[in-house]
Design a protein around this ligand. Structure first.
Ligand SMILES: Cc1cc2nc3c(=O)[nH]c(=O)nc-3n(C[C@H](O)[C@H](O)[C@H](O)COP(=O)(O)OP(=O)(O)OC[C@H]3O[C@@H](n4cnc5c(N)ncnc54)[C@H](O)[C@@H]3O)c2cc1C
Length: 387
């Protein structure tokens, strides 16, 4: 009788948990090594929300990965017995019809995905919480929404523990990819048939040869707001806002399911140390984001700043995910930049399929990098797993 295959996963952010989920569903015995508590407020996966949307500039590969991502989330909801996604739709605005907004329109239209163009006046009339200042082009899409990130991480970890996945709180100080093993800070060693390193913004330092300088940690700032009383009802029905500007722009996540309104930055700082640095944002860092939002949010003076914090993620230069074998029994998942969360379950299912079948593995890196459609083996694996 064949013995149960085993897997070791480093990191219990959404990527590590998702790959553990995919592997457990395939019958692997899985151990997850995580240095912090789960959910980990120092990790890239944890605050109230993350967005899922099809608009992806010219990156057709990631746009096409969104429907499979939704199918994988549906499987997560079935497994955790709870739906932690709030549909909101998407409003994208920009100073001009070129650039990211224009590329998104063209890429969406080429694949027949539905959106509605809006003039500046139509934006302000339909969503009076926003001004029409400086809007040269805009569109609205019904599809898209908010994933309740912290609650998802907590629920998935609970589900996995109940399913027999072992969680070990320990810090890995070295990765031996060839032996699929981790050396722990207390001198212990853990190994398995397969090792997956999903260490978020800590990964480039842990695997400098495989990742640096391709992937760097990046400190990003978020500001939490409470809308003024007269706009609260409109915000409860508001779409996510993607406000693109030449010099960066900002995004706004509506205050859904008891969460605060959140605004953040489209630019990457490409600086900072996720291990050493504080997660408190300085007043100057918060002000940079508020300055982007001020012209767009009507009656901005009436918004109360609840708080501001820093978060780290792992930026790949072209925002392409790095999901690659670095040794015959070791695979790394990195470079998720500011857009990986929505794809975690579909990537987790894909990695699990690839570790069980070398034919699937060969097409995985290019698909995960948004550069190709899934190879037939991967497609079949995703369809059967999410069925
Ligand atoms: C502010 C912000 C906004 C974002 N918005 C979106 C969005 O709207 N939509 C979207 O799809 N994505 C978004 N993202 C991106 C997404 O959240 C990340 O791509 C994703 O969460 C990365 O998950 P991860 O598991 O790789 O990393 P993490 O969540 O950081 O998990 C890595 C884990 O590994 C552990 N670890 C690291 N090194 C070690 C070690 N040596 N020993 C033991 N444990 C270790 C860490 O403690 C950590 O818990 C956003 C990210 C941020 C920060």
């Amino acid at each position: 009788m064949a013995s149960t295959p085993s897997a070791l996963v480093l990191g219990a952010g959404i990527m590590g948990l998702s790959v553990a989920w995919g592997l457990a569903r395939r019958g692997f015995a899985v151990r997850v090594v995580e240095q912090d508590a789960v959910p980990n407020p120092r990790g890239a996966s944890v605050d109230h929300h993350r967005l899922i949307r099809h608009a992806y500039g010219a990156q057709a590969g990631y746009m096409r990965m969104v429907d499979p991502a939704y199918a994988a989330w549906d499987q997560v909801w079935r497994d955790i017995n709870e739906v932690l996604h709030i549909p909101t739709g998407v409003l994208a605005v920009s100073g001009s019809a070129s650039g990211w907004l224009g590329e998104s329109r063209a890429t969406l239209a080429a694949d027949g995905l539905a959106f509605t163009d809006l003039t500046a006046a139509e934006v302000a009339a339909r969503f009076p919480i926003f001004t029409e200042a400086g809007i040269g082009a805009a569109f609205h899409m019904d599809a898209g929404g908010v994933l309740l990130a912290e609650r998802i991480v907590a629920a998935l970890a609970r589900h996995l523990a109940a399913r027999g996945v072992v969680f070990e709180r320990a810090r890995a100080v070295a990765v031996d990819a060839a032996r699929a093993s981790l050396r722990l800070a207390d001198g212990g060693e853990r190994s398995a048939d397969q090792l997956v390193v999903a260490a978020g913004p800590w990964a480039p330092r842990l695997l400098p040869g495989a990742l640096a300088p391709r992937v760097v940690a990046s400190r990003q700032i978020l500001v939490l707001l409470e809308p003024p009383a007269q706009h609260r009802e409109a915000w409860s029905r508001a779409p996510m806002l993607l406000d693109l500007a030449e010099d960066g722009g900002f995004y706004a996540v509506p205050p859904v399911a008891g969460t605060p309104l959140k605004i953040g930055d489209h630019r990457f700082s490409r600086t900072g140390d996720p291990e050493a640095d504080s997660r408190d944002a300085t007043p100057a860092e918060a002000e940079e984001i508020l300055a982007f939002a001020r012209p767009r949010l009507r009656d901005m003076a009436g918004y109360r700043v609840i708080g501001a914090r820093a978060c780290y993620y792992d930026v790949e230069d072209r925002e392409r995910f790095v999901v690659e074998p670095i040794a015959p029994r070791c695979l790394v998942m990195s470079g998720f930049t500011g857009h990986g969360f929505k794809f975690a379950p579909v990537l987790g299912l894909a990695v699990a399929a690839a570790l069980a079948d070398p034919a699937v593995l060969s097409g995985l890196p290019a698909w995960a990098a948004g550069e190709s459609r899934p190879a037939p083996g991967l497609l079949a694996a995703l369809e059967s797993l999410a069925a």
